[in-house]
Design a protein around this ligand. Structure first.
Ligand code: FES
Ligand SMILES: [Fe+2]
Length: 470
């Protein structure tokens, strides 16, 4: 029976703009309800209350390195034009000509002579969005057209760590508050110094959260990437009983603002660890074997030159009290110093971050390494809960003498095509549409969450609800 109080509560919620909240959208400490991934009404609510109000990565600065360079960012039905004005200034405009709405930029490019010119009737703007020229100006507003009537409309911008963050909401919380829980970590990891190596955009038949949550834990590694965790794979696919899993040592941390991270700890392959039974007797060989799987499987996180540095240690004695891993780190830093190439701060907690991930709420992931970083971004495809665009960047720092290339995106047509996507992300992308398909099952009301391995997922959904319910 609905009480008067109940009715008035619903009425009050409606009056305050709060929608009904079906049980299929609930989150508990153990479970995420499936409606959050498949319900078009939920996707609409996310658009209005999350994407239109949250700080989000619209671009890397190296997409628009020179004055006049532009790129575009699409979220839901909104398109934003990002323009490099000068070395320290980027403007983010609604991608619409104030005359009759024509999108002023498509993809990326360059506005020559500092002029943004609408392709329809030629209205012209400077790089800061001020009106420069209106053909037959006297015809508008009874001859009283003011420049401010026809200036380009801006959204909020924050430049940080090599990213252009934007926010559609002029009343948004300050960017500093949003990024505060991660700032020291990202600064020490030298993310600002990372530049384009390659970048792919992949259409994925799954909700944007399903796609990114496949990268929020290493619990999936033995089953999805058996080549990376052979002993674990033997437990899952063979007849072995439980054994020492390397990824059991991964540590997960969650922060305010929905952010999170995981990191490898001492016993992961990135830290040079090899399970006793997999050791060959040559520690360089053992470590190189793991790094080669990452190089060949991703061409990110471990680059060819990193493996070459490790191989150069072959046959060299390891000083008393040191390890191959410590010698490798030393050699990486020595080589980078010789090239005058920026590197993360070599503090213990930063070295620990290698082989892990930093998650920036709501949809950006960074896998930091020595002098390089892999990055992921997951975005809804307009308002379709079953489709998203998943992007992968391989970035690296460059020697001071080398001018990094302008970042350009390669559009992948099929994420499961070995000619377009390397093995490790392809293994992940193979699962993602299957997860989405399963989430539609009427016998499936919610997912189950592991307390540690999947805590970044829970923290993300709780923060998402903070946006959706306010
Ligand atoms: S729509 Fe841009 S000048 Fe007319
Ligand atoms: Fe994976």
């Amino acid at each position: 029976m609905t009480t008067v109080t109940g009715i008035s509560r619903i009425a009050a919620a409606r009056a305050s703009g709060q929608d009904e909240w079906p049980p299929s959208w609930n989150v508990t400490p153990h479970a995420i309800s499936t409606g959050r991934y498949i319900d078009p009404r939920f996707a609409r609510l996310e658009h209005e209350r999350l994407w239109m109000r949250v700080w989000q990565v619209a671009a890397r600065l190296d997409e628009i390195p020179e004055s006049g360079d532009f790129t575009t960012y699409e979220i839901g039905d909104q398109s934003i034009l990002l323009v490099r004005v000068d070395a320290g200034t980027v403007k983010a405009f609604y991608n619409a000509c104030p005359h009759r709405g024509t999108a002023l930029g498509e993809g990326c490019g360059h506005f020559g002579r500092g002029r943004i010119i609408c392709p329809f009737h030629g209205w012209r703007f400077d790089l800061s969005g001020n009106s420069q020229y209106v053909l037959e100006r006297q015809e508008f507003r009874d001859g009283q057209l003011r420049d401010e009537d026809v200036a380009l409309k801006e959204v909020e911008v924050a430049l940080y760590a090599g990213f252009v963050f934007i926010n559609f909401d002029p009343e948004a919380e300050p960017f500093e508050e949003f990024i505060a829980p991660l700032r020291a970590l990202l600064d020490d990891l030298a993310i600002a110094d990372m530049r384009h190596y390659w970048w792919k955009s992949i259409p994925v038949a799954a909700n944007w959260k399903v796609a990114q949550e496949a990268f929020f834990e290493t619990y999936h590694v033995p089953a999805t990437h058996p080549q990376l965790e052979k002993t674990g794979a033997d437990v899952i696919f063979g007849d072995r009983v439980d054994v020492e899993f390397m990824h059991r040592d991964v540590a997960y941390e969650v922060f305010a603002q929905g952010h999170g991270r995981f990191y490898g700890g001492k016993k992961t392959p990135m830290a040079g660890h090899t399970l006793a039974e997999e050791r060959t007797g040559d520690p360089v060989d053992d470590m190189a074997g793991h790094l080669r799987l990452l190089l060949e499987g991703m061409d990110a996180v471990v680059l060819k030159e990193d493996l070459d540095i490790l191989e150069s240690l072959r046959g060299k004695p390891v000083p008393q009290g040191s390890s191959v891993q410590a010698q490798y780190v030393k050699a990486l830093y020595a080589e980078a110093a010789a090239q005058n190439r920026p590197m993360p701060k070599p503090k213990p907690q930063i070295l620990q971050a290698w082989g892990g991930e930093v998650f920036i709420f709501p949809n950006f992931m960074i896998l930091p390494q020595a002098g390089n970083a892999m990055m992921y971004r997951s975005r809804p495809d307009r308002f379709d809960p079953d489709r998203c665009t998943f992007e992968i960047w391989s970035t690296r720092s460059y020697p001071a003498s080398v001018k990094p290339p302008r970042a350009t995106v390669e559009r992948v047509t099929d994420g499961r095509d070995p000619r377009q996507v390397l093995l490790i992300p392809r293994q992940d992308l193979g699962n993602i549409p299957r997860i989405q398909k399963g989430l539609h099952a009427r016998g499936m009301r919610h997912t189950w969450l592991a307390a540690e391995h999947e805590k970044i997922i829970l923290n993300m959904h709780r923060e998402l609800d903070r946006y959706l319910r306010s």
